[in-house]
Design a protein around this ligand. Structure first.
Ligand SMILES: *Cc1c(COP(=O)(O)O)cnc(C)c1O
Length: 235
């Protein structure tokens, strides 16, 4: 299947899930995860009207952002950084991306706000939360979440929009749903203090339906759109 057909297929799965769970049409956005994929693949995806793209590696993402702003500004692509972020790599992220999904500590948030150019819209950020309680994955626990949200609310060049999670790899639907509902409840609690919080980045290929049932507003899909990734050139 072509990239366009894959996107159409996933879009129809999202639409069906929205209907099935009483979510309004258009309430769940598709983030096309294009890490390791060439600009030609992103261009093909954009032909379907896809505008949201997710990247995990800073330099690779920045190169693609520059390519599209120079060669295809008319596409108005929106770039989301979804990879782990080290503090020595925050500047190019602050200077180029529209969203960051993986804020998990104060230092990263402070640097991103300081380094965000004044002419750009505030960086839209999500706090990455670890709902499974597993220490192997990055992301903060629930207690630290509210402290970090409070800090972000004081930073002038960041807007806190919600939460993101990469749950442990559970395949049964009830367990997936439970983890996603935990995150959704945290987001609702956060939104009572921070009204601009309206986003839940959760759900990937194998758990998209449970994520949409639980209230996801952004699903992150890579392989099912672009095919398998080749990591041989990555360190
Ligand atoms: C790579 C990645 C995805 C997409 O994964 P696929 O299995 O290719 O769909 C989604 N979210 C994050 C955070 C990722 O790093």
């Amino acid at each position: 299947m072509s990239i366009q057909q894959n996107i159409e297929h996933i879009t129809s799965l999202i639409e069906n899930a929205q209907t099935k769970f009483g979510r309004s049409q258009g309430s769940v956005q598709l983030l096309a995860v294009s890490k390791t994929k060439p600009v030609e693949a992103i261009l093909a995806a954009s032909q379907t009207g896809q505008t949201l793209f997710g990247e995990n590696y800073v330099q690779e993402g920045v190169n693609k952002i520059h390519y599209f702003s120079e060669n295809h500004p008319e596409l108005s692509l929106e770039w989301h950084f979804i990879g782990p972020l080290q503090s020595n790599k925050t500047r190019p992220v602050a200077e180029n991306f529209a969203w960051v999904h993986t804020i998990d500590r104060a230092k990263i948030a402070q640097r991103l706000s300081e380094q965000r150019p004044s002419g750009m819209a505030p960086l839209q950020v999500l706090i990455q939360v670890n709902t499974s309680g597993e220490s192997s994955k990055s992301g903060i626990n629930e207690a630290e979440l509210f402290e970090l949200a409070q800090l972000i609310s004081t930073l002038p060049n960041l807007t806190l929009r919600g939460l993101m999670s990469i749950p442990e790899n559970v395949t049964d639907y009830p367990s997936q749903l439970r983890a996603f509902k935990t995150l959704a409840a945290l987001k609702d609690k956060l939104a009572t203090t921070y009204p601009q919080v309206d986003t839940l980045s959760m759900g990937m290929t194998g758990d998209m339906e449970a994520a949409i049932e639980a209230g996801s507003t952004i699903v992150r899909i890579g392989t099912a759109i672009f095919g398998e990734r080749d990591y041989t050139n990555k360190q």
